[in-house]
Design a protein around this ligand. Structure first.
Ligand code: NDP
Length: 307
């Protein structure tokens, strides 16, 4: 599929971005049914690419929709979600609301239930709110299909135990990694994740302070929000194995520190999470619209912009 026309950005009442397609606007007339409303909730959310990605996917099928970025403070998140779903069809949820999104849903898919977090909320035809999680499928598909890497047998270090780490942990195990060592700044969250996985032979925890002497890994996944929040990680190069793949869930400037560290320290492969973002969006889009978008042109265009 060829490149789509650029998206048009308008402002919502909250000041957040709303994307729709130029071609859709041109074809719009008042007798048409109201556009389906979609959104992404986060805090911060200003730089979210989700509105643009969903507008690009919608153009592939000529689907008429609006997709807003809604900045919701944690204390106001449930209220903002309920207000949106008076009309809204579906919403993506990002940092720091994934656990809250799961908790407030009426029902949850098996994938969201085992993670205890959700990045997709869908209003079902009967009015109930369904929680789902596409993070793990999206990340593994980006690594194994877009980057053509085989994860089987990889000794794996998972940095972080927040919403995204919980979303990807089971999928890494399902993809066949040999071991999963979970290390989090707050060790309780890491222990909780390992306990929830319940596979001590493969998944276990270590303290962040132990990173200097826990050996090296074939796969290192940075699922912390340090880069996104403007901080850095002080990681020892000794954790990088001889053929290591380093993967940061964040992308753009947020991933620059970790990806730059990995390349400088000799990692064989170092990827950011831009491809994961597009893949997770495609899973949500298919859930809402019943159509599978072509992710490659959208990824290629974003990669040209975000390096
Ligand atoms: P959460 O807030 O749920 O979790 C944040 C995690 O980062 C916690 O484990 C926290 O540790 C850790 N952390 C934060 N700051 C530091 C620091 N300075 N040093 C060490 N650890 C730190 O966020 P999410 O899990 O939802 O998101 C994590 C990252 O993944 C974000 O950057 C997000 O943008 C990205 N992401 C990308 C996706 C994609 O599609 N590409 C999808 C999902 C997420 P502690 O528990 O000790 O506070």
């Amino acid at each position: 599929m060829g490149r789509s026309s650029p998206a048009v950005v308008s402002r919502t009442a909250t000041g957040a971005s709303r994307y729709t397609s130029r071609s859709i606007l041109a074809a719009w007339n008042p007798s048409m049914p109201p556009r389906q409303r979609f959104a992404v909730f986060g805090h911060p959310i200003t730089h979210s690419l989700s509105p643009r990605i969903h507008a690009d996917f919608a153009r592939q099928f000529g689907i008429d929709l609006t997709y807003e970025a809604i900045d919701a403070h944690p204390e106001g998140f449930p209220e903002a979600v309920h207000a949106f779903f008076v009309e809204g069809r579906g919403a993506n949820v990002t940092l720091p609301h994934k656990a809250a999104a799961f908790a407030m849903a009426d029902i949850a898919t098996a994938t969201a239930t085992r993670a205890g977090t959700a990045n997709v909320l869908t209003r079902l035809p009967d009015g109930r709110l369904e929680a789902h999680n596409t993070d793990g499928d999206g990340m593994v598909r980006d690594i194994t299909e877009r980057h053509a890497m085989d994860l089987r047998g990889h000794t794996t270090l998972l940095l972080g135990a927040g919403g995204a780490a919980r979303g990807v942990a089971w999928h890494l195990l399902d993809a066949g990694v040999g071991t999963l060592t979970i290390v989090n700044r707050n060790p309780v969250a890491a222990d909780n994740l390992a306990d929830a996985i319940g596979d001590p032979a493969r998944a276990h925890t270590r303290y962040w302070e132990d990173l200097h002497d826990i050996g090296s890994f074939d796969l290192i996944v940075n699922a912390t929000s340090a880069g996104t929040l403007g901080g850095g990680l002080d990681l020892p190069v000794s954790i990088i194995g001889s053929r290591a793949l380093c993967y940061d869930l964040s992308y753009g400037k947020s991933a620059a520190g970790f990806v730059g560290w990995a390349r400088g320290a000799g990692a064989r492969y170092a990827f950011d999470g831009l491809g994961m973002l597009v893949e997770t969006a495609a899973d949500a889009f298919e859930r809402w619209h019943g159509k599978r978008p072509d992710t490659d042109p959208v990824y290629t265009e974003l990669r040209q912009t975000y390096g």
